[in-house]
Design a protein around this ligand. Structure first.
Ligand code: NAI
Length: 271
């Protein structure tokens, strides 16, 4: 059911790789809610071609941009304003990649070249995006920027390797930039800390499937899926949350506030 929450708003949505991507669901919902937006992804992801179907379905243009390149990001924000006919009202940062994790390198033995690449793609890209937008004055007053994160930024999950530190940095950038952009232009910046979700990035994590079941059993409402994450992002892009900024918001069915659930206790022999 749509509520026209984003009627007349212009956006940029990163990271829709395929129909499992969280960003894909955000794009579908944003379209339903009346927004016009540009889709973007790394040129290499574009070659897979799946995004074209989403662009067609949501009536949107695709502008390729490597999120680590200030030049590409400048081009993205400049062209997006031309295509959409004005300043940008919302941005979704839905970008994550760790080479250390992909190569199943244990945390304590992290390769630093890979580590830096992970930082650049998954955290610094957020700073670059915001910095470019601010320099171009491309985001409208009361505009809303959301990045997706995971709770390993606060608590240790051994399998999350260097992405834990990278997500901590991402969340910190949301706070720091949220202050500066808020003071100057009333732009809001938040992170949404999402449940484990069956996407390309998610299932690339070692032991993901077992952990997914564990988190599901730990959460009073069960794991939040990509679609409900998209719903939450839409509320954050809307004017209904205009005083929310610099927050890390858990979207996890109650997982982050649960010490242990009875279901898990039963698995350990509780009668
Ligand atoms: P996904 O694999 O569908 O999306 C990741 C996206 O990052 C892809 O579209 C990929 O092409 C893009 N990307 C990688 N390098 C890039 C670059 N240099 N420039 C531009 N784009 C680049 O997976 P998912 O799960 O939808 O990931 C989206 C976000 O959600 C990520 O930040 C991830 O860490 C976060 N997240 C995912 C969870 C999960 O369990 N799937 C849980 C919590 C957060």
């Amino acid at each position: 059911m749509a509520y026209n929450l984003l009627k007349g708003k212009r956006g940029i949505i990163t990271g829709a790789l395929n129909e499992n991507s969280i960003a894909w669901k955000v794009a579908e919902k944003a379209h339903e809610e009346g927004a016009a937006f540009v889709l973007t992804n790394a040129p290499v992801a574009m070659r897979m071609g799946e995004m074209n179907a989403l662009a067609e379905k949501t009536n949107s243009q695709i502008i390729p941009a490597d999120a680590t390149s200030v030049e590409d990001l400048t081009d993205l924000f400049t062209k997006s304003q031309e295509v959409l006919g004005g300043k940008i009202d919302f941005v979704l940062h839905s970008i994550g990649m760790s080479v250390n994790m992909r190569k199943t390198i244990p945390y304590a033995e992290s390769n630093y070249e890979y580590f830096l690449k992970g930082v650049d793609i998954s955290a610094l890209s957020f700073h670059k995006m915001l910095s470019v937008a601010k320099k171009l004055d491309a985001i409208s007053e009361w505009g809303s920027v959301v990045a997706l994160t995971y709770m390993a930024a606060q608590r240790t999950y051994p399998f999350y390797t260097d992405m834990a530190d990278i997500k901590a940095m991402l969340e910190s950038i949301a706070r720091s930039f949220g202050y500066h952009y808020g003071i100057e232009k009333k732009v809001r910046i938040n992170t949404v800390s999402q449940s484990p979700t069956k996407t390309t990035a998610g299932t690339g994590i070692k032991g993901f499937s077992d952990f997914f079941d564990y988190a599901d059993a730990m959460s009073p409402l069960g794991n939040a899926d990509a679609e409900s994450c998209a719903d939450y992002c839409i509320t954050l892009f809307s004017d209904l949350t205009r005083m929310v900024t610099m927050q890390n918001l858990f979207h996890d069915g109650g997982y982050s506030s649960t010490g242990v659930s009875t279901e898990i206790m039963h698995k350990f022999g509780l009668k």
